[in-house]
Design a protein. Structure first.
Length: 219
């Protein structure tokens, strides 16, 4: 399913494009296809792992901070609904992913059918990047909103996980979310939150890999 998804994504790429590449196994397969077909592109990525993989497969990579425009961007997700809302919680690089998405003419999510929901059910927490001085305040506000909040910790390192930009990462578990848009707006309004992993109204298209083919969801 992931290979079918990557192959369909490849069809949307033309020579001389600046292409955003996020993280995940499907993006890795897309990178291998780009090299195999000798597609002449420049990549931009929020992921250090993807950056290393692009260079390994002879794809030039532009620094995210030096790019103003991306022709098309591809990204994986943890959970996706039929309205193209998504949770991208596991990687913890959602702030940079949203920057790349905002620069792209088209932002395309790649997923297999097991990640599709009619409506997001928040089986994953919302990962929230928080500046250090707002640590206690943001945690209290999230808890007042009804979330169970856990600060992300590394398995093999003492202390909290710090984002690539030097901030804390919280995992906020919400239940019975009735209005996804209102939750996204509420999180956007909290001082001290840099960004969150709820992608509401951002994607323009999703390519869904299925056992028997491909589905396309578009706005």
């Amino acid at each position: 399913m992931k290979q079918k998804c990557a192959d369909k994504a490849f069809e949307l790429i033309s020579d001389e494009m600046t292409v955003g590449l996020g993280g995940g196994a499907t993006v890795a397969l897309l990178i291998k296809r780009i090299e195999k077909e000798q597609k002449r592109i420049q990549a931009v990525t929020p992921s250090e792992d993807t950056r290393a993989l692009c260079l390994e497969h002879n794809i030039p990579v532009l620094p995210l901070e030096q790019v103003e425009h991306i022709d098309i961007a591809f990204d994986g997700c943890d959970e996706l609904d039929m309205d193209l809302n998504a949770l991208k919680s596991c990687g913890g690089i959602h702030t940079r992913e949203k920057i790349a998405a905002s620069m792209a003419d088209e932002y395309v999510l790649l997923a297999d059918e097991g990640k599709i929901r009619k409506k997001l059910d928040f089986s994953y927490p919302v990962t929230i990047e928080v500046i250090r001085s707002a640590r206690a305040y943001v945690k209290k506000v999230l808890e007042d909103m009804g979330a169970v909040v856990v600060e992300r910790k590394a398995d093999k390192k003492a202390g909290l996980v710090i984002s690539d930009d030097g901030n804390y990462l919280f995992e906020a578990k919400f239940s019975d979310v009735e209005d996804i848009g209102e939750l996204a707006c509420s999180l956007n309004r909290i001082p001290g939150i840099v960004e969150h992993s709820l992608f509401f109204g951002i994607a323009s298209k999703a390519i869904i890999g299925k056992k028997d083919g491909i589905d396309i969801i578009e706005k």
